[in-house]
Design a protein around this ligand. Structure first.
Ligand code: DQA
Length: 149
């Protein structure tokens, strides 16, 4: 059986490769999505990938995938630190969820140390740049398998 995963990129991640490259690296979002798609294909997994700068669109996308998705990989970007709505959407789906950050948020400003998303996530991967998304996809699939055993 092929597992189904949604991948959500939050605000400003459309600017990757151009935005604060010393913090976020040289990879563009297209590069990251291509790597994710290749990994998903090699694992026989279906992925739906979206990016939005709008909190409401992210909330709607997560909700629309209730019943379709077996797992979530999400970099909520700045909404990590502000969004009860995204947290509630993730909580509603109640499926394995990996919170991803390209940068190590704990080495950065104090306001980035708090996440509304972590308490409703299975785990967090941060500080490994674009590789974090690939690690997250593998981790979420392993969690789905553990739940179904
Ligand atoms: C980020 C970290 C957030 O604090 C920041 O607002 C982002 C990106 C990261 O991937 O490191 O936009 O989620």
């Amino acid at each position: 059986m092929s597992y189904k995963i949604i991948v959500v990129h939050g605000p400003n991640l459309n600017l990757l490769g151009k935005r604060e490259t010393d913090v976020y690296g040289q990879n563009t979002l297209e590069d990251i999505n291509q790597q994710l798609q290749e990994l998903a294909d090699s694992m026989n997994i279906e992925v739906k990938i979206m990016q939005s700068n709008s909190e409401g669109e992210i909330v709607s996308f997560i909700g629309e995938n209730m019943g379709w998705a077996d797992g979530i990989v999400i970099n909520p970007a700045a909404y990590t630190h502000t969004s009860v709505a995204i947290r509630d959407a993730i909580s509603a789906l109640d499926i394995p969820t990996a919170e991803v950050h390209l940068s190590n948020v704990f080495k950065r400003e104090g306001f980035r140390h708090f996440s509304y998303i972590t308490p409703v996530s299975t785990g967090v991967i941060c500080g490994f740049g674009a590789d974090g998304y690939l690690l997250a996809l593998e981790a979420v699939v392993r969690q789905i398998k553990l739940r179904k055993e």
